[in-house]
Design a protein around this ligand. Structure first.
Ligand code: SF4
Ligand code: SF4
Ligand code: FES
Length: 227
């Protein structure tokens, strides 16, 4: 039988030998760890699995998504229960956004020194420094647009010399934009009204009675927009 290539890693100081090619998450499970926090979608989407590690002969502390980062020989891993970040408390409904709103909740954004470290580490390849510049200018819509695909992993915050928590600024901007600034959507309003009126209740009830195979057939036969 062909022997699987292995690499040596250490998890919380304990040495393990694991198959090469595993992600950090898979290597931890292979080594017997049961992951109850710091794991979610396993597909690089939820941002729950930020991990810190060092590589052999490299003093830099590195970080990445544990479900996307492949283990390397000599890797030293630590598990943090969560990555840092102080989050402002607010009622989105009660805020009337203006150009100073983001700075009021997160005054530290004025400390940005333009080092671009946040952009370089972002696993989503977002222009993080750009959206933080927009936040400093008070451009809520621009922050919402540039940060739309942020997964809140907070890796950018681990690199920020100004102690900023970029994703919290960004999510405030997206909430403000969605609640107060986005153009109204007549189609959405109509659909919400239909749901409230119970328009779809009978159809949903019928679907709940169907078998998995019947539902699969319905799914295949659904109307879809042409590509
Ligand atoms: S902006 Fe920051 S928190 Fe959002 S995905 Fe990029 S690194 Fe993660
Ligand atoms: S890491 Fe912090 S200081 Fe550097 S550009 Fe990003 S927000 Fe600014
Ligand atoms: S588990 Fe969701 S991003 Fe890694």
């Amino acid at each position: 039988m062909e022997e699987v290539e292995k690499v040596n890693i250490s998890i919380m100081g304990r040495k393990h030998r694991v198959p090469a090619g595993l992600t950090i998450l898979q290597a931890m499970e292979f080594s017997g760890y049961t992951l109850v926090r710091g794991v979610g979608c396993r597909g690089g989407v939820c941002g729950a699995c930020s991990a810190a590690y060092r590589l052999a002969d490299d003093y830099h502390l590195k970080s990445g998504l544990a479900c996307q980062t492949v283990v390397e020989d000599g890797m030293e891993l630590v598990q943090l229960p969560f990555f840092p970040g102080n989050k402002a408390v607010y009622e989105v409904e009660a805020i009337t956004p203006d150009e100073s709103t983001l700075r009021e909740f997160y005054p530290e954004i004025a400390r940005c020194m333009g080092c671009n470290s946040c952009t370089l580490i972002c696993p989503q390849n977002l222009e993080v420094m750009e959206y933080m510049s927009a936040a400093l200018r008070g451009d809520v819509a621009k922050v919402a647009e540039l940060s739309f695909e942020c997964i809140l992993c907070r890796l950018c915050a681990t690199r920020c010399p100004a102690d900023e928590v970029q994703p919290f600024v960004a999510i405030l901007a997206r909430r403000l934009y969605g609640r107060h600034l986005a153009p109204p959507s007549p189609h959405l309003a109509q659909r919400v009204a239909e749901i409230k009126e119970g328009t779809f209740e009978a159809g949903l009830g019928e679907m709940k009675e169907k078998s998995k195979d019947e539902l699969t057939e319905m799914y295949k036969a659904r109307d879809i927009e042409p590509q």
